[in-house]
Write a protein that binds this ligand. Sequence first.
Ligand code: F6P
Length: 543
Amino acid sequence: MSKPSPTSPTDSPDSTCSTELAALASHAAKACEWRLTDLFQQDASRVSRFTLEAAGLCLDVSKNHVNDETIRLLTAFAQTRGIERWRDAIFQGERINQTEQRAALHTALRLPASATLTVEGEELVAKHQRELDRMQAFAERVREGDWKGYSGEQITDIVNIGIGGSDLGPMMTVAALRAYAHPQLRFHFLSNVDGHATVATLGQLNPATTLFIVASKSFTTQETMLNAHAARRWFLQHAEEKYLSQHFVAVSTNTAVVQAFGIATDNMFPFRDWVGGRFSIWSSIGLALMVAIGSTHFRAFLSGGYAMDEHFRHAPLNTNMPVILGLVAFWYREFFKTSSQLIAPYHEDLRHFPAYLQQLEMESNGKCVTRDGKPASMKTSPVIWGSSGTNNQHAYFQMLHQGSDLIPVDFLGVLKPQHHLIDQQRALLANCFAQAEALMNGVQDASLPPHRIFPGNRPSSMLLMDQLTPASLGALIALYEHKTFVLGVLWDINSFDQWGVELGKTLALRILAELEDVEETHQQHDSSTNALIARARAALKNS
Ligand code: F6P
């Protein structure tokens, strides 16, 4: 079979992979009947055979409906889909995002300074290292109190203004690496267009000691621009315009619009259009993180991502952590008809990780058209959701244990705490492991009333790390990035565009114009939308 080309992966002789899918379907018909507890009884080495180690992470997938044959069939399907060829293509900077004619080269940002990568005649690593050095010089000045505000005082508060990838990456990582953060600096994240958030955030701040990082790849995103202008107006109520450059810096690919906003090029940290928003934390979008944790830790974060890249590139498919995580997700979605995937981090500092993954996975793989424009034949991204343990146990875990849906869970556990309350850490881990055990084992005791029965046989994976460090966080994010990419290849979709967010943006601008208009509404919509607009206009007129 010829190797599929990255721009037309389905040119292989069996473009539907029907042989592999049929084999998987017949295997799945049996696997649906398996009891997980039986699989453990039949195989004393199950845990070791289904546990993988990579880049400081340990992934145990043994509590899933898989055996060696499942993994063999799934990897055969992945190979027919051209997984190895696609993997090479992404790392080599081929324009695999064909609807935007762009590469997806976030992995280039994690390469060590000693590496080289030439793409379309351009050497990328040295250039990125120079940009990292610029970020570092700025971050260290802020951290050392050398970057002063208009009154000559040190910066105390940093506000990242951005949305989507320009918010979730910095917000999630700054929270996750709290233990490494500068003790005197406070970080705020302004994303929502909702003015309540803007007013509440600005209300806590002293303009003389606040630094705004306006983070937007396009620098045209409505929410970010409205918040940035609100912050600018607020600042100018307290200080003269000549001081703006001490309080506003920008991260963007769009130099012209940044300049038009009034931010000098010296205060701008650029990145390249081949870095997608949801993959941009490794770029200058990570500026807030670098200010928080310092450049040494930021570089360790990049190196953690790189370690996972190296594993993904070189490990055999059947022991490759991102591949296995993707294959297991595909297995349940396609053959067990699951519609959601729960992410349960048992570490409070990872509380924003499920929201981060929502954008990563659902914006990447929430598509219904294949790369060659045909309707996708399989269900694509499930709903990704979750929150940190143990709070989740007292909210929705009831449904996981006794509800009518099968919901695969990824538990994330961190073994060593960064505090001294060891009794609480033991309790946290005990709860994490107990939930996975309970989901699998259930309770089937004939002497109990029906409402006390737990069906069990509910799958989960356990991802462990020793400690939540910059490097392990980098590896964790890269793991899920590659898992997302693997799923895109299996579903034959382009994981790197996001056309589905455009329609709502366009319609919102039309409706905004009508809400701003003092005249009658234009009645251009369906009658429900017209009525909503009329009601809002009436309310706003009197407010
Ligand atoms: O939601 C769509 C989107 O384009 C995301 O992909 C992106 O992360 C976000 O908007 C923000 O875009 P920007 O960084 O250009 O402001």
